[in-house]
Design a binder for this molecule. Structure first.
Ligand code: GLC
Ligand code: MG
Length: 435
């Protein structure tokens, strides 16, 4: 058995091949740092959770170290990925608990000696060391001017080769220079994962890679993957593409920024649904759609956000329709532990219409995983997030939804909703977390 085969993929949520595996860079790809409202990210989140989460895989592949990655998650409304690849493909972890892939570490140890890299780079005054958090076991990172980048890269490669090392030097964002083992990088990390999935007999049916800068280029050279360079891609990536991959039809340069470009690519390559529930206007009978229970959960929470932001009309029909979609005896357990009828909670919503109007307030759901527990009942587990200004908090939710088929459409009824605070969350004022 190969080295790779000895280590089981810890990603065993899916029993069969993922329908779609998205492998996306974060900064300026999934996350738009020029959009304080995070709209494209929120649109992607709603699409992913309503249509893909249950049978697909979300992989984040970032240059950030675990420290800076965790910081970004606190700042932006991001989903939880199934797999997190950090430090430019040198650290792979699985699941929410981020279990490291030890097998990958062994692969990277080959012909790598960090001390020699540090020693040789110290002889280049053009190289300015990045912060301590970004120096990792298989990654040494600097800042260097665009004008010096090429020359330094060339001289440094020669020096390190003379010392017997086999390294990869990557320039990104017109400022960052990373030195990694030759076998590392975002592309190699993805190839390693794909090989693992293959060995387990479940290669993804489709893979879409998404990026904007130099360290993403390798992702696009993996065979059999679709690729999207977001509209705001950096010069170095576009140049790499023009020189190396111009005629590959599986790679597009989107006309939309960041996560908007990812959604665009899903549509362009026909990889599955590409209409985000956030792009669909609210109507009182919008629950009359033939979609699954995850879609129902996404829509319900989206309506709640729009109601509090006063982005839907203040009309009784909505409340009546929401009530109609809840079982009369259905109960809601608030994260504080207080239990009441779902109908009562919905009546209470009348009072908070527009209370978040003009505020930076968002609601999104994460890890929406439905399981069918009887012929007409779904148990749906998910995490519900609320962002208000700078603060984010979340709840772990379990919902029971029954359904009937009316005129060929699935009609869902909420029978029960139970919420508990996630670790580190808990409202200072319980009343502000209504549902
Ligand atoms: C991220 C990392 C940095 C790296 C850059 C490019 O910004 O924090 O260390 O140099 O990505 O890969
Ligand atoms: Mg980026």
């Amino acid at each position: 058995m190969s080295i790779i085969g000895c280590y089981r993929v810890t990603m065993d949520r899916l029993e069969t091949s993922a329908r779609l595996m998205i492998v996306s860079d974060l900064d300026h790809t999934m996350v738009d740092h020029h959009d304080p409202e995070n709209l494209s990210l929120l649109r992607f989140n709603a699409l992913w959770e309503s249509s893909y989460r249950h049978d697909s895989l979300l992989v984040f592949s970032t240059g950030r170290s675990p420290t800076l990655y965790k910081q970004l998650r606190k700042e932006k409304p991001m989903l939880s990925p199934d797999i997190t690849i950090m430090s430019v493909g040198t650290e792979i972890t699985y699941g929410v608990s981020m279990v490291p892939d030890e097998g990958w570490v062994e692969v990277l140890n080959q012909r790598w000696d960090r001390n020699i890299v540090v020693e040789e780079t110290s002889k280049f005054p053009e190289l300015k060391l990045q912060s301590e958090t970004e120096q990792r076991p298989h990654k040494v990172s600097f800042y260097v001017d665009k004008d010096n980048a090429q020359e330094v890269t060339k001289a440094l490669s020669e020096k390190l080769a003379n010392r017997g090392l086999d390294v990869k030097i990557i320039y990104s964002g017109g400022m960052d220079l990373d030195i990694l083992p030759q076998g590392a990088g975002k592309g190699q990390a993805l190839a390693y994962l794909l090989q693992k999935f293959k060995e387990e007999g479940k290669p993804p049916k489709n893979t879409l890679v998404c990026g904007d800068s130099g360290n993403d280029a390798e992702l696009f050279s993996i065979p059999e993957v679709h690729g999207v360079m977001v509209s705001n891609a950096q010069e170095e990536l576009l140049q790499w593409h023009a020189e190396n991959a111009k005629n590959i039809p599986k790679i597009i340069h989107a006309s939309e920024r960041c996560a908007g470009g990812i959604i665009q690519a899903i549509g362009h390559f026909g990889l599955g649904p590409n209409t985000s529930p956030r792009d669909v206007a609210e109507t009182a009978d919008s629950h009359l759609e033939d979609a699954g229970p995850a879609h129902e959960v996404v829509k319900f929470n989206l309506f709640y956000e729009r109601w509090r932001r006063a982005e839907v009309e203040h009309c009784e029909t909505y409340i009546a329709s929401l009530k109609a979609s809840c079982h009369p005896a259905g109960s809601f357990v608030h994260p504080s532990g207080v239990e009441q009828r779902l109908h009562e909670s919905i009546s209470a919503m009348k009072k908070i219409y527009g209370d978040r109007q003009g505020k930076q307030y968002r609601v999104w759901v994460d890890r929406v995983l439905p399981s069918k527990i009887s012929s007409d009942t779904w148990l749906v587990k998910f995490v519900k997030w609320e962002l208000l200004g700078e603060e984010q908090q979340s709840c772990i939710c379990t919902a029971v939804l029954t359904f009937e088929v009316v005129n060929g459409l699935h009609l869902y009824t909420w029978a029960h909703l139970h919420e508990t605070w996630s670790e580190g969350s808990g409202a200072k004022d319980n009343g502000m977390w209504l549902l």
